[in-house]
Design a protein. Structure first.
Length: 507
């Protein structure tokens, strides 16, 4: 008699799910009956390479965050994905070492006297947070209060009347410093996905790890990474258009009475699949929707997820980050600059005698607008939080008029010679398969919650034999590399290895 193969089902064909499948297949030589169910009509999840105006762009994951030791970089080099492709791509080689910073109204901010001191102050503060040398301000656990105290201390000790070359008498030195500092904070919002930096847990920052070395994009497209992983799987392993709605499992110590596998998946098309082990890799947003008031979004569990799991899901932060691409038409031969935007922070409120702006609120936390490679006519701007959600709700005309107003306010001479021909933006916040972009450690949570996210179910006490009915992978389950593609990759390796150990396979 041939022993029945253990049936392993992976939910989600993002990089975490595909890495799990890749590893299990490579290490077990068909020992398992392996299936991947993906709700969408494509693989890759938050990795999605697309075309726009003839250029190759990334709608989701963009960077290899540090090439030193990155497993994503290892795949990219092995598979020759960094070689010059036949088309132009989001190369992001336009970053000058001293970028043009323009203040609202259109004057160029002096780099040496103003822009650089504030950006190095900012970098210093965040470096201290990352190395664990930061102390919270007035008992406030958030990053914002800590940063703001740093700015106040800086302003109290720097020379009062340095010749800064403001070039515009509607700005005070303090006002421009505010604007420049806020600009750095906007970058932080995009990097972390935290809408409000008060919600970003300062003491957790020191657990977050980054690889050393350059940050680069992938010439042949980020999607090639997941294509490579998928191509190693036997044909028919991945099923697209299969949305899991409900996961039934056995939380008690009994297994299913009729000896059938312990886990049963219910799909939106009413089909049902039984499995010995299920690895759930959906986003934290989809898990949050599942523990919330049922509105059909998210994944449900029966019995419901135990408290330790649902509380970790509830506490961790999951924000929205979106990218907006603009195709520019211009008569000028001059290349569009890489420009950082210092918005006024002292705008008119309720008729007070402050400044007025025609630029809509949803674009006022955008840190920069830059060509996706030197001389490109495609420009990119990043959005986070409420601003990103609003961007997702606008139509193309509203976006174009908002960006035109911004260019008028910052680069009137360039604006005069160009117009926006078309736009393309991501919608990660409203897409029901993601419901956000990536996770962060909020002040309500701690890095231990990331470990709780990774714990399999049913939970067993130390010394007990694990049963591994439901396992969890995905970026939001990695303690030190959450929010990234390589964190998701590592989580897939971790869960595959957990099952391989369980079956005594491999090393
Ligand atoms: C705008 C943006 C920019 C980013 N930039 C970077 C970057 O520069 N560098 C970096 O390292 N990372 C970046 N990231 C983060 C990175 O993309 C993610 O951390 C990573 O791709 C997550 O992979 P995952 O496998 O954990 O999840 P996902 O990619 O979300 O995979 C989960 C899969 O589950 C599927 N699914 C959802 N619900 C169901 C269901 N009910 N049934 C079946 N399947 C379901 C989804 O469709 C999806 O394919 C960025 C993300 C975004 C959105
Ligand atoms: C402006 O008016 C709104 C609505 O009346 C109020 O909620 C808000 O606090 C006011 N802001 C200031 C700065 O006075
Ligand atoms: C923040 O994170 C740290 C480290 O993970 C944790 O100890 C702390 O409880 C969290 N919350 C606050 C409010 O500091």
């Amino acid at each position: 008699m041939v022993a029945k193969k253990a049936k392993i089902v992976i939910v989600g064909a993002g990089i975490a799910g595909l890495t799990t499948a890749y590893r299990l297949h490579a290490a077990s030589h068909n020992l398992f009956d392996l299936t991947v169910f993906e709700a969408g009509n494509r693989i890759g999840g938050r990795i999605l390479t697309a075309d726009f105006a003839g250029d190759r762009i990334e709608m989701g994951a963009t960077w290899i965050h540090g090439i030193g030791g990155s497993p994503v970089y290892a795949i990219a080099t092995e598979q020759n994905l960094l070689e010059e492709p036949s088309c132009n791509w989001e190369r992001m080689d336009g970053f000058p070492s001293d970028p043009l910073t323009v203040a609202e109204g259109g004057f160029t901010v002096n780099h040496d006297n103003l822009a650089r001191p504030i950006s190095s102050l900012y970098r210093h503060l965040m470096d201290d947070a990352r190395t664990g040398d930061a102390t919270s301000a007035d008992g406030d656990p958030g990053v914002r209060a800590y940063l703001r105290r740093g700015l106040r201390q800086y302003q109290a000790t720097r020379a009062a009347n340095t010749n800064t070359g403001l070039g515009d008498d509607t700005w005070s030195l303090e006002a421009i410093e505010e604007s420049l500092f806020a600009m750095e904070e906007c970058t932080e919002r995009t990097c972390t996905s935290a809408d409000d930096l008060s919600d970003l847990n300062l003491s957790a920052e020191s657990e977050y790890k980054e690889f050393p070395g350059d940050h680069i994009t992938i010439a042949k497209g980020y999607s090639q990474i997941v294509e490579h992983l998928a191509s190693a799987l036997p044909p028919g392993t991945i099923h697209l258009g299969k949305k899991v709605c409900l996961v039934e499992w056995c939380s008690g110590d009994g297994s299913s009475p009729d000896g059938s596998p312990p886990v049963r998946l219910h799909f939106s098309d009413d089909s049902v699949v039984d499995a010995d082990h299920v690895i759930v890799t959906v986003s934290l947003g989809v898990l949050k929707a599942g523990i919330g008031k049922g509105d059909g979004k998210g994944i449900k569990f029966d019995p419901a997820l135990p408290d330790f799991k649902s509380k970790a899901i509830g506490r961790l932060g999951f924000g929205v980050v979106d990218k907006l691409f603009l195709q520019m038409e211009t008569e000028s031969r001059e290349a569009f600059p890489f420009v950082r935007l210092a918005f006024r922070q002292d705008l008119e409120e309720n008729g007070s005698k402050r400044h007025v702006s025609k630029i809509p609120w949803w674009i006022r936390k955008t840190e920069s607008i830059c060509p996706i490679y030197r001389e490109s006519h495609v420009l990119l701007a990043w959005f986070a939080g409420k601003e990103a959600m609003h961007l997702e709700s606008l139509n193309d005309e509203e976006i174009i008029s908002g960006v035109h107003a911004t260019l008028d306010g910052f680069l009137p001479s360039i604006k005069a010679g160009c117009r926006i021909a078309s736009v393309k933006r991501s919608r990660w916040g409203t897409d029901p398969l993601f419901l956000g972009s990536y996770s962060y450690v909020s002040v309500a949570s701690s890095v231990d919650d990331l470990d709780l996210m990774a714990e399999p179910l049913p939970r067993v006490k130390r010394g007990e034999v694990p049963r591994l009915q439901i396992l969890f992978a995905g970026e939001a389950t990695h303690r030190t590399h959450y929010s990234t593609t390589h964190g998701a990759y590592y989580s897939g390796i971790r869960e595959a290895d957990r099952l391989l150990r369980f079956y005594n396979v491999g090393n």
